[in-house]
Design a protein. Sequence first.
Length: 178
Amino acid sequence: MKGCIVYSSLSGRTKKLAYGLYEALKEEYCLTIKERKEEMDLSPYDTIFLGFWAYKGGNDPSLDFIFPRLKGKDVYVFGTLGYFDDSPHAYRTRQAVVEKVKACGGRVIGSFITTGGIPEKRIEEKIRTRAQSKRPLTEERLVRYRLTADYPTEVDIASLAQRVDLNLKILEETGGKL
């Protein structure tokens, strides 16, 4: 397996996950890590690990150019969002990205999403525009934003690395079948 971790990060949280994954698996697998760039050549890689930050129930738009390049590739998607990772919103967000990969001809070999918090600048913006928002900024939401400011944690990173490693081992042992 020759893989490339490609990620987009607004606040550094998805980057933290991507580099944690890279550090955990670089000794065992032939991995490269790249921040997304429009001129990326993914042809040398058979496996892509696609890191995104959640945006309106899907991936951030800065990654949209990459989906057509995933045709015929094994793809593991992972992301961060400013909500709980076990929520229906997190599930729908992760599934939207999975379906997008499939629609472009990529084979999804796994997926992962975790709480990523949101940047302090965005929290302040939400406080300023509280009255105009479609989704009111409740006290509970504000507390959640502040408590998850340092997410993802080392536990989240280890969990992602463990899941990816397990899926890659299953693929290896089964001759590419999931």
